[in-house]
Design a protein around this ligand. Structure first.
Ligand SMILES: [Zn+2]
Length: 162
């Protein structure tokens, strides 16, 4: 990738991403920010897949979600989701972002580590969802496509190049 042409015109620290080409200014080689459609696609994918994981693990354990084993199914599914999440968070991703080719970066330049992901996914998303999911909707008008959870953790979401 060539250096962003508008980079030199921007005051240092004034913007996280280039307004014209959406590269992460602190690390243009990391790639461009993921757009709003991809971001919301990942949330939908995660919600659906989370449900599938719970049902699949329940089925594997021979527990029907409609019977008296429902609590066991739920607990097993939650355990499965925790394992899946820890795996992807340790790589600076989430299940939905991995599926749709995205990665979380710190605005400072580097890929998000596990600690940053914990802050983003647990504290950040709790806050984002707290007031009618306003923190998620923020992505729709934020110029760097940051939700509140991104602002709390100091992160942006980057499209992985092929
Ligand atoms: Zn640019």
């Amino acid at each position: 990738m060539t250096e962003c042409p508008s980079r030199g015109k921007l005051l240092s620290g004034a913007r996280i991403s280039c307004p014209s080409c959406n590269v992460l200014l602190s690390n243009p080689l990391a790639g461009t920010l993921a757009g709003r459609g991809l971001r919301f696609g990942a949330y939908i994918a995660e919600a659906v897949l989370g449900y599938v994981v719970i049902l699949a693990l329940g089925a594997l354990a021979g527990i029907s979600p409609t019977e008296e084993g429902a609590v066991g199914t739920f607990l097993l599914g939650m355990l499965g989701l925790i394992i899946v999440n820890v795996y992807f968070w340790s790589k600076g991703e989430t299940l939905g972002k991995w599926l749709l080719g995205m990665k979380v970066y710190k605005t400072s330049d580097s890929p998000a580590g596990f600690g940053t992901m914990l802050l983003r996914e647990i504290v950040g998303k709790f806050v984002s969802g707290f007031v009618l999911c306003l923190g998620y909707l923020w992505i729709l008008w934020d110029r760097d496509f940051q939700g509140w959870h991104d602002k709390i953790a100091g992160t942006v979401v980057i499209r992985k190049s092929a």
